[in-house]
Write a protein that binds this ligand. Structure first.
Ligand code: BYC
Length: 339
């Protein structure tokens, strides 16, 4: 959308009045056009995007912790290399998303400060511990699977930079999901103890994965407005149902059971019915009382403090580059020498 770029059109025309900007924004959303950073947008739209994108970015970088916990204990070099690549991908996703938030006028430093001081959320799922190697498989299969189900529609989000970031993220998440599935399949077909470990991991990750989609629709504060703005394309419950329907045949193929005695096919609806989610647990996790909330945020703050010298060095280098005192190749050599 370009018609409503502020400050470019003649002041007197309808398009440059507040009503004109708003009408053009509404028309662009209705026509499924993308809103771009320099387009006019309602402040509430901007704020809601920053809220969601920030929470998403924080989830990506906090989400590195539970899996990184297993890098040094991966059972083979191959598994270790795969897991390291996956955890690095999550860091990359965080960076794309912080950059998307930056296009809305909110810098990474401010957002990280809000994360570190508990003023912004990250996904509930990362407040659960990774107790065994099978948890790495369960995260890949279920957590990344839930993430893809939620995020594929975000590729059509009305805000251009977020939608474009999601395209690449979804491709990578799809690889992550498959590695988790393959890992669990190997364990499920392994020794009885390995099979039991895989089943135990699925038992522990299933319900928290369903909570990733957010509260039920009738308690979702933001859904109606976010869907009207086409930030979200489907409601929390719709996506949760889609995820359950995808997982049932995959669990069968894995030879693992989903821990829900009420899970069954409903011929009439053409969907699976499933049991009640423990929303009291979800609310407790959001309040900071999950099994690992304290550990995750403490580790994040420590990583940030210990990384201060890297940020200082990068900023000093950028200043020198801008002043023209360091040619680009020297910078690369400097980085190589200190790596
Ligand atoms: N955990 O009105 P609602 C990943 C909050 S990263 C915590 O339905 P909305 C991965 C919600 O923010 C996965 N908080 O909100 C990474 C709101 O609170 P505020 C992250 C939650 O925005 C590494 C309140 O509850 N994915 O996959 O319409 C390794 C009311 O909710 C949660 C994304 O962030 C939750 N589960 O819908 C592996 C995707 N659910 O903001 C994997 C992008 C809700 O008023 N985000 N809340 O304080 C979204 O699609 C939406 O923001 C949500 C929530 C569906 C999550």
């Amino acid at each position: 959308m370009t018609a409503v770029t502020a400050g470019t059109a003649a002041e007197a025309t309808m398009e440059t009045t507040a009503e004109g900007f708003e009408a053009a924004f509404d028309a662009a959303v209705a026509a499924d056009e993308r809103i771009e950073p320099r387009d006019w947008m309602p402040e509430a739209y901007r704020a809601s995007l920053v809220r969601q994108i920030a929470q998403h970015a924080h989830s990506e970088i906090i989400g590195m912790q539970p899996e990184a916990n297993w890098i040094s204990r991966a059972p083979s070099l191959r598994r270790k290399a795969i897991l390291m690549a996956k955890v690095q991908d999550e860091a990359g996703h965080g960076l794309y998303l912080y950059s998307a938030a930056e296009t809305l006028g909110t810098g990474r430093e401010e957002l990280l400060d809000k994360l570190h001081t508990g003023r912004q959320k990250y996904s509930s799922i990362f407040n659960y511990p990774t107790l065994t190697w099978a948890d790495v498989g369960a995260i890949g299969w279920l957590v990344d699977g839930a993430a893809i189900t939620n995020q594929v529609p975000l590729c059509r989000c009305s805000y251009g930079p977020y939608a474009r970031a999601m395209v690449r993220i979804c491709k990578e998440e799809s690889f992550h999901q498959r590695q988790g599935y393959e890992l669990l399949l190997a364990l499920s077909n392994g020794t009885p103890a390995q099979h039991e470990m895989a089943q135990d991991a699925v038992n522990r990750w299933w319900w928290p994965s369903l909570m990733m989609f957010g509260p039920p629709d009738d308690e979702s504060a933001h859904s109606a407005q976010s869907m009207a703005w086409k930030i979200k394309r489907h409601s929390n419950d719709e996506l949760r149902q889609r995820f359950v329907d995808i997982c049932v045949p995959q669990a069968e193929a894995l030879g693992l059971a989903l821990p829900d005695p009420d899970l069954r096919w409903n011929e009439e609806r053409g969907r699976h019915d499933f049991g009640a989610i423990d929303w009291a647990e979800f609310r407790e996790v959001l309040k900071g009382n999950g099994p690992c909330n304290e550990q995750r945020i403490t580790q994040r703050r420590r990583a940030h403090e210990e990384g201060a010298w890297v940020r200082d060095a990068a900023a000093a280098y950028a200043t020198k580059r801008r002043a023209g005192s360091v040619p680009a190749e020297d910078g690369v050599r400097m980085m190589e020498a200190t790596a």
